[in-house]
Design a protein around this ligand. Structure first.
Ligand SMILES: Nc1ncnc2c1ncn2[C@@H]1O[C@H](COP(=O)(O)OP(=O)(O)O)[C@@H](O)[C@H]1O
Ligand SMILES: [Mg+2]
Length: 171
């Protein structure tokens, strides 16, 4: 993964289905949004290291992708320093807790996602190890126009057969 090059010593775990998901989106913009989120995850890990990482700390970013009810759901979790106490304004421009932060990453990400009809949420991640602290979890939900997949199992075709049989009877 391209991002791995920029994050030395950080383990990546990606759970992404092999088949592509057809979706109408601006790939450049979405890539920029994802890069910003990954960057924040990397910086959160960096912040924890600077503060003094816990013993046995294994920095890690976990990415999962799934499609649920016509939405692509992308989860990006890290075990970095964790979200600040006050999260209410993190999506606003110029709100940053980092020394050299701009506070412009999340507003841009949010704008891009919302322009695609999606939404962005930020919350605590589940601890990656027992008793470990919580990092952050970014959840991106994007509507995707799924091409009709072939029906699986017996139930679906049976129902459509019934429909056409009914139609035939009506003639
Ligand atoms: N993965 C994360 N872990 C912890 N805090 C985060 C994370 N992502 C964003 N934040 C918080 O949100 C703030 C705003 O993020 P952002 O808009 O990208 O600006 P910047 O990265 O320049 O600070 C950060 O300063 C930080 O407090
Ligand atoms: Mg940022």
């Amino acid at each position: 993964m391209l991002q791995e090059a920029g994050q030395p010593g950080v383990a990546f775990r990606a759970d992404i289905p092999p088949e592509p998901t057809p979706a109408e989106l601006d790939a450049t913009m979405i890539a920029q949004a994802l890069t910003n989120i990954m960057k924040n995850a990397g910086e959160a890990i960096e912040s924890l290291r600077e503060k003094g990482e816990p013993e046995g700390y294994r920095p890690e970013i976990r990415v999962t992708f799934s499609v649920e009810e016509g939405n692509a759901v992308i989860l990006i979790a890290d075990n970095g320093i964790g979200l600040p106490q006050d999260r209410s304004r993190l999506f606003e421009p110029y709100v940053t807790t980092r020394d050299h932060g701009t506070g412009l990453g999340l507003p841009i990400v949010k704008k891009i996602i919302e322009e695609h009809g999606g939404r962005l949420d930020l919350r605590d991640a589940e601890p990656f190890a027992e008793g470990a602290h919580c990092g952050a979890l970014a959840e991106i939900t994007l509507p995707v126009s799924l091409v009709q997949a072939p029906a699986q199992g017996g139930a679906e075709p049976a129902r459509s057969d019934t429909t056409s049989a009914t139609a035939a009877t009506g003639e």
